[in-house]
Design a protein around this ligand. Structure first.
Ligand code: ADP
Ligand code: ZN
Ligand code: ZN
Length: 727
């Protein structure tokens, strides 16, 4: 009998362990290779994480693997190290973490794609005179003309959003409009250096490119329009020239078509875009090309972070403050934080870019842990416009709009410029507040605001769980309280009554559903003269519009007083990002913010336009409250089929946590601000600590306890480390 060789395998199961299997007759798989195995009674895909280990259970009971799926490892050691870290740090089962890092087609055991022949690059045939083209063909011609260089099929698809196939391009070639050649003969796009980099930009690029293997984290801190993207592109060009790969993370690809276009044009044939909107087959191909090192630059949303990149040389996290980097279910990771860890593991520099960095990042930069690179001015010398507050206690809003805002809009539209009206409708828990006098409901037991649970008609403290019947009128001024926020649709109707002849565009999750719709919408906005754009925070993303004369912001007070941890910070970021939309075409434009609290320190700060100064009060508050970045939090969520079952289980867990916790405060349980979701009822327990270690120890103990005494099957318990929202 030959000696048995065992391997330990990660399996997509919510269990904190690897599983022992014997090698199949095929041979011994290596670490990072996928295998097929029988788990319980079902066939599963697993990934081998350890080899040559003594069996951890009776060898006689160990089954053999059914098959080895890949010719070699598909997850390289540094990536596996990152995944192991993520499992430990986020207290999530290792098997789920590892399997989730794979594209869905591989997770389910499908084969790696066949290697693809090298890309062909397409360009317009010199002297071709296109006529009688269909709309798709027209779009291809325009994209190629705009690029001014030859492009591969997938870049053309990124630019046009058309889902073109090679056959269509072949037909255009047959009509003598296009020609194609092999990618290998393509040279990097010339002529992009229409801009002369500023001194600050050159210094930033020099600092980033000088970082050979030193794992520095850079904060690239510059107002909107200060040329951060130019810095990314130039730093990326350096890395590509050294034959290294570049990973650029963006918050949401659909929201940043301009960035995708800029990158694709600058590096034709070298860019792959990876995001969840891609069809599964395409996603697999992009992943595989990146893994084989065939594409130099990978641009993607948070999950692109887990793509193997054998020659990784630089990681860029654009708009690092964006909360889209935090995954909100399953493995609740923060892609920015894991990007920093990946940079550390793979010894490459990481660049975090933002005009409004998170407090976490700012504090680390100030402490010297990140290198702070500043772009203080815009290359064209323009300034972001000043922010002015409109006091809604003086100017009572009607359907959300107060008269000085309407006057300013009239004037701006009269000058042939555009007005952007932004409604702050993040998923914050709504506090119970009076729009008329500024009264806000407080918890009698905590230093916290009560939030509205409209369905149950109660106001609730979601720290201690106190609740009372929702009051209908303001105890201070007697006016009726609104329990529901204003919606963009209602605002749009109100605006069209005031400005019946003015073209209007609405931009929110409901108006933008399909891929391509946003591009269309943005084109409409760019083509408009005078016009009004109403929208949510989608409006504030990095779009570049030349004719915005006024940005109006409505409903910031919810953000100022929200119990939610980062609501105030995110509200500042939102207003400043929105302000960055104005005054791109020369004239500075203006920003008006409606508030019932112009004396609030944050509103005062907004007027100075100085972001580092305006976050001082927030930093002070966080420091005294022991909140991040000065303290560390984890949220334990419980959800179940009835309010009673959830509450009972949450109470039990809280008691057990209180017994085991050392140097950790245990708050709650309390109903989650969004208590009922999908007919399930959610409770939460907040853990707060002055350092990470006791927090993680408490969570480790708690999970060990739950694995020994699992909660009833119909109750789910999940952990959110470094939560970015309490709702
Ligand atoms: P950010 O990413 O900080 O918002 P961008 O890199 O998009 O800024 O730059 C804003 C605008 O300024 C873009 O149109 C860009 O082409 C232009 N720009 C950037 N750097 C320069 C420069 N050095 N000289 C002239 N224009 C520049
Ligand atoms: Zn009132
Ligand atoms: Zn309370």
């Amino acid at each position: 009998m030959r000696p048995q060789a065992f391997v330990r395998v990660a399996v997509d199961r919510p269990l904190d362990q690897l599983f022992d299997y014997a090698c199949p007759d095929q041979g011994q798989p290596t670490v990072g290779q996928r295998v097929r195995l029988t788990f319980g009674r079902s066939a599963q895909t697993g990934v081998v994480l350890e080899v040559d280990q003594p069996a951890s259970i009776d060898p006689a009971r160990i089954r053999a693997l059914d098959a080895i799926l890949d010719p070699g490892p598909i997850l390289p050691p540094p990536l596996l190290e990152l995944l192991r870290f993520a499992a430990r740090y986020y207290h999530h089962p290792i098997g789920e973490v590892v399997l989730n890092a794979l594209p869905p087609a591989l997770r389910s055991g499908g084969p790696l794609p066949e290697p693809r022949p090298p890309d062909r690059l397409w360009c317009l045939k010199p002297g071709a005179a296109p006529s009688r083209l269909g709309p798709r063909q027209q779009a291809v011609v325009e994209a190629l003309r705009g690029a001014g260089t030859a492009l591969p099929l997938d870049t053309l698809n990124d630019l046009t959003g058309l889902g073109l196939r090679h056959a269509e391009l072949e037909r255009l070639a047959a009509r003598d409009l296009l020609e194609s050649r092999a990618a290998a003969t393509q040279r990097p796009a010339e002529g992009h250096l229409a801009v002369i980099l500023t001194l600050e930009q050159r210094q930033a690029i020099a600092a980033i490119t000088a970082d050979a293997g030193q794992r520095t984290v850079f904060l690239l801190d510059g107002v909107t329009g200060s040329g951060k993207t130019e810095v990314y592109l130039e730093a990326a060009a350096h890395a590509l020239a050294r034959d290294r790969q570049v990973l650029i993370l963006v918050p949401e690809i659909a929201l940043t078509p301009q960035l995708v276009q800029r990158v694709s044009r600058r590096f034709p044939g070298q860019v792959a875009a990876l995001h969840s909107g891609l069809p599964a087959g395409e996603r697999l191909r992009v992943w595989e090309n990146a893994r084989l090192g065939q594409r130099g630059l990978l641009l993607g949303t948070r999950s692109a972070l887990f793509t193997p990149l054998p020659r990784l040389g630089l990681i860029i996290v654009d708009e690092e403050h964006d909360s889209a980097y935090k995954q909100q279910d399953g493995l609740r990771y923060h892609a920015r934080d894991l990007a920093i860890m990946r940079g550390h593991i793979e010894s490459v520099p990481v660049v975090l870019g933002s005009a409004t960095p998170t407090l976490e990042t700012l504090v680390k930069a100030r402490a010297g842990r990140y290198r702070h690179l500043r772009l203080g001015t815009r290359p064209d010398g323009s300034q972001p416009p000043p922010v002015r507050c409109l006091d809604t206690r003086v100017h009572r809003p009607d359907e959300g709009l107060c008269s000085p805002l309407l006057d300013a809009m009239r004037e701006t539209l009269g000058q042939g410029r555009q007005c952007f009206i932004l409604l702050n409708r993040r998923g914050f828990a709504r506090v119970l507040a009076c729009d008329h006098c500024g009264w806000v409901a407080d918890c009698p037991h905590c230093d916290a605001r009560l939030t509205v649970h409209a369905a149950a008609r109660r106001s609730v403290c979601h720290l201690c769980g106190f609740s009372e019947r929702l009051v209908e009128t303001c105890p201070q001024c007697g006016q009726a309280l609104s329990h529901q926020g204003l919606g963009t649709q209602r605002l749009e109707r109100a605006l069209s009554r005031h400005f019946p002849a003015i073209p209007m565009v609405r931009l929110d999750r409901d108006s933008i559903r399909r891929r391509g719709e946003l591009e269309q919408c943005l084109d409409t906005i760019r083509a408009m003269d005078a016009g009004i754009v109403v929208g949510t925070q989608m409006l504030a993303k990095g779009h570049d519009f030349p004719r915005v004369g006024l940005v109006g912001v409505i409903d910031v007070d919810q953000g100022l007083f929200s119990v939610d941890l980062r609501a105030a910070e995110q509200t500042l970021q939102l207003v400043l990002q929105a302000a960055g939309r104005a005054g791109r075409g020369g004239d500075p434009g203006m920003v008006l913010v409606q508030t019932g609290h112009p004396e609030h320190p944050l509103m005062q700060g907004l007027r100075t336009g100085d972001y580092p100064a305006m976050v001082e009060p927030l930093l002070h508050e966080r420091r005294t409250g022991g909140m991040p970045p000065f303290g560390f939090l984890a949220l334990v969520r419980v959800d179940g089929p009835t309010p009673e079952a959830s509450a009972r289980q949450a109470e039990e867990i809280a008691q057990q946590l209180r017994r085991s916790a050392r140097d950790v405060r245990v708050l709650g349980p309390a109903p989650a601000p969004r208590h009922r979701v999908n007919r399930r009822y959610r409770e939460q327990i907040l853990l707060a600590a002055a350092s990470r270690k006791p927090l993680h120890q408490t969570l480790t103990d708690a999970r060990a306890h739950w694995q020994r005494n699992p909660p009833p099957r119909n109750l789910r318990v999940s952990i959110d480390v470094d939560p970015i929202t309490l709702s």
